[in-house]
Structure formats: C-alpha cells, structure tokens
Design a protein around this ligand. Structure first.
Ligand code: HEM
Length: 833
C-alpha cells in the first residue's frame, strides 16, 4: 500500500499514482477485499470501500468522466469484478444512499451487454468503449473474460438465467472465433475487426484465470449442463499449465513477457488474478482443489523467495523462478505475491454467498442508467479549484508586469529573479551577449536528469557548439521538405478521428500521439505507432518519457538544494528511455555495417532517418543517445501543443476555417509539396497567429555568469540600462511579449490571422515575436515543426468541412517546460459530404 496515495491528504480515492492506469487501482481494491476475506484483518476495509465508491461515476457504473478518454471494457470490468467479490463475500455494505455492491456489478454488466456487437466478427465486445480511442477496432479476450466472469457470477448470485445466457453466448463466441482453442484450451489475446481470422497469439495468465472462475460459477448453477462445464473447467486447467514453468513446471510465470524482460506495468500484475481466480474456482468446483493447490503452494514459496528487494528489503520481484529479487518493484509484483500466498488458505475460508444464502448486498437489475448504449463522451467539468490552479502562473506574470513594470525583481523559490518583458533585453541575453547568459537554474534542472550535461539542450559554451554542429546538418531543408514521413502519421490521425459526424473527442490527445509517432519515425526510423498498435515496449517508452518529463519538472521546482535527493523511479524511467533509443541506435549501426559502411540498406526503405545521418559522423554511443533524446524532448510536446492551439482557435472561428478551406482548394492537390505549403499565405498566417497567442514555450530563462548589463530596466522609469550581478537568473515570458499592443495592435488578445498581412506596426518582428526563440540557439526544428503543422492542417481540411469547439470550460493553460490545455481540446469535426 506504500504505492497507493488515495487515502492520503490530497490523494484521490481509488486512483494509483501515474503511470499506473485506472483499471489496476480497481484490481487493487479487489486485492484489499481478498486480503480481508482471507485474513479477517479489517485495517484496509475503509480504504477499499472509499476507493470503490469514489470511482463509480455519475451513473454508478464505473464510467467516471475523467477516465472515459481511455476506458476499455476490460478496465471497467476489473472494477465490476471487484464489487462482485464484495457482494459474494459480504464485504461491509456501502452506507445508506450509496449503490450496493451488487447493483454496481449489475451496472457494469448492463452497460457491457449493450455493447455486444454482431456486425464485426459476429459478436463480442470491442476492447475500447469509445470510437475515438486507440483499440476501438480490436476485440480482445480480456474484455470478453471480464464480461463472462461477471455474467456467470451474477447468474449464480441472483439466480437470474438471463445472465447465464450471456455467459454461454460469450463462451460460444470465444470458441467460434478461435480466440479460445478447444483443442488446447489456450486463450489468445485478440483480433482486429478488419480481419477476424488474424489472431494475435499472445497468451496471458489473467485470461485463463477469469474464464476459469466464470466457468466454475456456471458449473455451480448448472444441472443439465454440469458435465459440459466440468469438462470445460478441466480443459481450462490443462490449458493454464502453460503458465507454470521451472524444473517441476509448477511456478507461475507470465510466459509472453517475463522470460524476455518485456512485461509492462499492466502485465506485471496479471499473475495476481490467475492466483486469485484459481483459488476461487476450488469453492465452486471442489475437485479442482487437488490440482490447483500444489501449483499455488509452489508458486507462493517461489514468490516469497523474491521478496527481499527495495529500500525496505521486503519488496517482491516479478520473476519467481529466479528465487531471488530481480530488481523490479511495483504494485503488480506486490499484489501477485500476496494473492499467491493468500490463495493457499482457500480451504479455510468461507464459501461465497448468494442472494438467498446469506448475501446482503442490494441489487438493481436496471442499473447503468443513461450510460447503457452510450458511445459519446461525457466530459469532465472543471472545478473552481482546478480553474484557479491551472492558469495562475501566466496570469501572475501578467499582473506583475502590469503593476511592477516590464523589468522587475521578484522572489521565486527563495531566490531573487529578474523578470523582463523587454525585447531589447531578450535580444541581449539570447543574441548579442549570449556568452554571458548560459542555460542554468530551473531551465537546466528540468532537463538535466534525462539528458545529462552534454546534450544540445543542456550544454553551454564549447560543448553546445559541438552538439549544435553535429545536429544542424540533419535539419537541412531537403529533409524537412520530405513529407512522406508526416503523411503516414497524418493518415493514421485522420483514421483515429471518430468517423461519425459531430462526435465529441479530444484532438489534443490524438495530436500528442501523432507527434510522438512522427518524431520517433523521423529520428529512429521506427515509429512508436501510438495511433495504430503500439508494442508494449513502445508504450512503456512513452510512459517513461512522460513520467521523466513530469518528474524532472517537479524536481526542478524544488530548487537546487532538494534537487539532488534520490528519485529511484525517475532514474528507472530515464534508464528505460535511454535503453529504448539505444536499441535503435545499435540496430542502425548493425545495418550500416551490414551494408559495408553505407546507409543504402535502409535508404531503400525510407527516405530519411535522422539517426543514420548522425552516424555518418561516427559519434560515441552515449553522446548520440543524449542528442536524440534532446531532439525528441524539444520537438514532441512543442509541436503537439502548437497544433492543438491552431485547432483550438479554428474551432472558435468558422470564418477563418472557411477562408482556409478556400485557400486549400485553390491549390488543387491532395498532397501538397513543401513549396506549395510555403506559398499558402493564409494558412501560414493562421499558424503564426496561433503561435503568437499560445507559444508552446511560454516562458524561458537564463542566468548571468558574470556581472553584466541589460539595456532596459534601470533608471526611474525603467528605460535605462541596468547592472546585473553575477549569478542572477532572468526569466522572460513570450506569452506576455506577444501581447504587446505597440507591436500587435489594439486587440492583442484576439485571434486574427489577417493582422499578419497589413497592420503590424513593427517589421521585422525579430525580437518581438519569438515562439522559436532567437539568436544562435534559435530552435533547430522550426522548419520541421512549421511544415508538419501546415501539412496537418491542409490534410485535415481536405477531409473535414468544419471544426466546432465543445466543452464550456474557460481558456486554461498548464505551464511546464511547455504549456498545454489541461482539460484537452474538445472538438467535433464535420465530414465533407
Ligand atoms: C512549434 C514547435 C516548436 C516550438 C514552439 C519550439 C520552440 C523552441 C524554443 C523556444 C527553443 C529554445 C529553448 C531554449 O533555448 O531554452 C527551442 C530549441 C530547440 N528546438 Fe524547438 N520548438 C519546436 C519544435 C521543435 C522540433 C520539431 C524540433 C526537432 C525535431 C526542435 C528542436 C529544437 C532543438 C534541438 C533546440 C535546441 C537548440 C539549441 O539550444 O541550440 N524544436 N525550440
């Protein structure tokens, strides 16, 4: 429970901290119920009850609005199975006025039964609930397994035959599709609806476990079909032996990922459920006890022999076969070891109850309410506290600039900080006297843990010159103008936008995925494919990337003193990130060697790969990893938020969309060239204007390395030069700079792309408009980003007629290294026809 913070001040009940997904918290609540059931110890009951009730959502069916952007049937199913256990074991009932455990399980069942869908693959549940989510076109066994498990147990608890009929239907469909192979009783991962016979062949412990327990419930209530279900239970037990390895083939193992060290965070917990459900099976199918118990006993002994790790020397590992701690820790490892041990005492535990046999849980056969059959999204409402927190930093800067002048001192993290908004000062810092103003302070601290001191993003002086000289040739125009790489990912993006006219979805989330897919493709020659089917390693990489970014930013805010406190999880995430990049680096080196030192082998398949280009200079391995990660950090979130900003403003300005579409149709092609994009005046004005109002790098800083002078901020009215002591951090805000009325006219807060045509007072705008910074350290990826944004817009408005804003929230920004919309960018598109 040291991983769980939902019961602490400021935590959210029923949520595990990121990067754990919501479903695993539901599985953890199930483990807390098991802990009480087996041991009688009530110490975690309140925590479990609070978590289970906090996450029910407005319709009491485990579809809380803040999870529905990613919620799958299996995610909802895990919460459903946890409350089913609560009902069966008479876990203390919820207080008066709250739904009963049984009613909650019925709500999950009702919403899922309404999603059974015959048109594709003849039935079954899709993995994802909502059409805009990745995985909506996938039908996976765990979604069916959860549904089957809940239906069978509801049939047993309530005696209602219609639940049993759904369980039968699910079983038959699994067999008909060969996801469940009746010869071996192996259960395979799933299939895409475009080709229902092309099965993804991975096998997971939790599929076997969920079907096994469901089949035992069916056996328990069957008279006429008892023999059939008994045969199925025996078959499933035989099939599940594949998960027991070691000399005596009796140690539970996640065979698809454990031996190759590729179990992601989700998969690290799966063994918990096989142990849990194998034990439960013995209550309803008692003859299985003699087969199950030796497996559970051997696995528990092996599991506990790994529990010597972590800071307290008691954390359990993942690979039980090693019989010693394998260096990994996590919620999954802890749950799995605990369930394996507890399961051994099943014989001494009570039998699950039913409605007529001691069960006290209150049901509601019609539960699920308005969510039954719903496929569109209910969006989170933004609370007053969240509103207050989200925009404060930039607002604070604005009000300080208004009240204290355009250059003023303030205190941040206990240190004096000079804030400036003067273009002349920014020019001096980034341009004229750049050598006096290295990157240091929070700007450096927020990237140092990930990139180390030698990357282009963290180095200064000679080291920076070396890194820039190495990277610059890879950004020459020919490469940037190659639109093939973007095109692949924009097609995936267009396919991921909900096909039905007018469905609300979060375009920002898709743009972040696309930016990661295209950046990794361009840099490594291998895309993360988040918009299509990301591999477990790619998913882990992205989780590590986001975790490392978030935690480094937090660390930087602690200030230099606390900065050096050890942070093991961050260190692990950084190691994961670097290993991922290193893998592709080694592959590129090997391919180059195979091709006799040239890049020809790869060049035939792809137009351009950044990594291949870098290798021409034969740089050291670690150094190359530093630079690749720098470019990824510099380019991914910035480009994604810039695109989200463009869509944000267009969704509120139909006239601009109309004008843009006119210009696009004037070009007369489907796939424009780089030159064609560059000549589209209005399109480029739209992008410039969005970057003005919503600069992804909204603020930035440098620190003086000697006593020096800035041209503005001194004297009575601040218009004179000012002496700057050595070691003074200076921060500027492009967010504020870009709203200067003297430069941008009297309406600086308005989105008005036309302003770039005629009525700007100052030209050129070199230091008044700096979304890509300026001077020798100006953004290296500027052309790359602008081209990608322009191409995306072009292709979007070739496909869609209009975009409309959804969600009534105010304009909120979250400020980190880059800024973003904390509540997404909710939109709906209108098709052309
Ligand atoms: C709209 C998108 C983007 C914006 C607004 C943006 C903005 C910026 C800014 C403000 C800086 C200066 C940071 C500092 O000096 O502290 C910067 C640096 C940098 N950017 Fe970008 N960027 C974008 C996209 C990209 C892309 C797509 C790439 C690469 C693929 C990239 C690569 C870099 C690199 C390598 C640097 C460091 C340059 C140096 O220190 O010499 N950027 N960017």
């Amino acid at each position: 429970m040291s991983f769980y913070s939902g019961h602490h001040l400021g935590g959210t009940p029923g949520l595990l901290p990121k990067p754990y997904y919501w479903w695993e918290a539901g599985a953890l609540m199930g483990s807390l119920i098991d802990y009480w059931y087996y041991t009688g110890d009530t110490r975690w009951n309140d925590v479990a009850q609070e978590g289970l009730l906090f996450q029910v959502g407005p319709n009491n069916d485990y579809m809380p609005p803040n999870q529905t952007m990613t919620e799958g049937n299996d995610d909802q199913g895990f919460w459903g199975m946890a409350v089913m256990s609560a009902a069966e074991n008479n876990f203390p009932d919820p207080p008066h006025g709250k739904p009963g455990w049984l009613a909650l399980a019925q709500a999950v069942f009702n919403t899922q039964a309404a999603r059974w869908e015959k048109q594709d693959c003849g039935g079954g549940l899709r993995w994802q609930i909502f059409p805009w989510n990745n995985g909506y076109n996938y039908k996976n066994s765990i979604s069916q397994a959860c549904f089957f498990n809940i239906a069978a147990r509801l049939a047993r608890y309530t005696g209602n035959q219609s639940y049993a009929a759904w369980a039968e239907r699910t079983w038959d469909w699994m067999v008909a599709t060969h996801l469940l192979d009746l010869k071996t009783y192996y259960i395979y991962d799933g299939m895409h609806v475009e080709n229902c016979s092309n099965i993804t062949p991975y096998q997971w412990t939790y599929n076997a476990g969920a079907f096994l327990m469901g089949a035992a419930a069916m056996y328990n209530i069957s008279d006429a079909h008892a023999a059939t279900w008994r045969e199925r239970i025996d078959g499933l037990l035989n099939g599940s032996l594949i998960f027991f390895t070691g000399d005596d083939k009796n140690i539970m193992t996640e065979v698809a990922c454990e031996p190759v060290n590729l179990c992601d965070l989700d998969q690290q917990s799966f063994k918990a459920y096989l142990a849990r459900w194998m034990a439960a099976t013995t209550k309803w199918a008692p003859w299985t006890y003699d087969r199950v118990k030796p497996l559970l006993a051997a696995s528990a002994v092996a599991a506990t022999s790994t529990c010597t790790g972590g800071d307290n020397g008691r954390m359990c590992g993942l690979k039980w076969n090693t019989r010693k701690w394998d260096g990994t820790t996590g919620v999954g490892q802890q749950m799995a070891a605990m369930e394996a041990v507890l399961a051994n005492t099943i014989r001494h535990s009570r039998s699950p109850v039913t409605d007529w046999d001691g069960g006290t849980s209150v049901g509601d056969p019609g539960a699920g309410g308005a969510d039954v059959g719903r496929k569109n999204r209910v969006f989170p409402t933004v609370s007053a506290a969240e509103k207050a927190g989200a925009h404060t930093l930039l607002d604070l800067y604005s009000s300080r600039f208004a009240s204290c002048g355009t250059t003023h001192y303030t205190i941040a993290l206990g240190r004096w900080l000079l804030m400036t908004n003067e273009a002349e000062n920014i020019k001096t810092i980034l341009g004229t006297n750049m050598d006096d103003w290295p990157i240091d302070g929070p700007r450096l601290l927020s990237t140092l843990p990930v990139l180390g001191p030698d990357s282009i993003f963290t180095s200064n002086g000679e080291a920076w010159h070396r890194a820039r000289a190495m990277l610059k040739p890879s950004f020459v125009r020919d490469q940037v103008a190659d639109l093939q790489c973007f095109d692949r990912h924009i097609k995936n993006l267009l396919a991921a936008v909900p096909a039905a006219d007018g469905v609300t979805f979060d375009i920002q989330a898709l743009l972040f995925d696309m930016a990661m897919d295209s950046s990794t493709d361009f840099l490594l020659g291998h895309s993360t494919s988040l918009l299509t089917q990301a591999s477990p390693e790619a998913q882990q990489f992205v989780r590590d990337f986001e975790y490392a970014g978030r935690e480094s930013a937090k660390k930087a805010r602690l200030g230099p003193l606390l900065y050096h406190l050890p942070h093991r999880k961050l260190r692990d995430a950084v190691r994961g990130l670097r290993e991922y990049v290193r893998f592709y680096l080694k592959r590129a080196i090997a391919e180059k060697e195979e091709a006799g030192g040239s890049n020809k082998a790869r060049d035939r398949r792809r137009n351009y790969v950044f990594l291949d280009e870098l290798l021409k200079q034969s740089p050291p391995e670690d150094y190359t990893v530093d630079q690749i990660l720098s470019v990824l950090i510099a380019g991914r979130d910035t480009t994604a938020t810039a695109m989200a900003a463009v869509f944000y403003f267009l969704a509120r300005d139909p006239a601009a969309v109309e004008k843009l579409r006119e210009e696009i149709s004037g070009v007369g092609v489907e796939n424009p060239t780089w030159e064609q994009l560059k000549h589209m005046k209005y399109l480029n004005n739209v992008i410039k204007e969005a970057l003005r109002l919503f600069s992804p790098v909204a603020t930035n800083s440098r620190t003086s390395n000697k006593e020096t002078i800035l041209p503005r901020g001194g004297g009575k009215d601040g218009s004179q030069p000012i002496l700057i002591p050595k070691g003074t951090p200076v921060r500027w805000s492009s967010h504020e700079l870009h709203r200067n009325k003297d430069v941008f006219g009297p309406d600086p807060d308005e989105f008005r792309p036309e302003r770039w045509d005629s009525d700007l007072r100052v030209r050129p705008l070199s230091w008044e408009y700096i979304p890509f910074s300026g001077g020798p350290r100006i953004c290296l990826g500027q052309q790359f980003a602008l081209t990608q944004i322009a191409y995306t817009l072009f292709r979007f408005f070739k496909t869609f007629r209009a975009i409309e804003a959804r969600g009534s929230g105010p304009f909120l920004l979250r400020t980190n290294l880059t800024i973003s919309f904390p509540y997404g960018c909710l939109s709906t598109f209108r098709n052309l026809a």
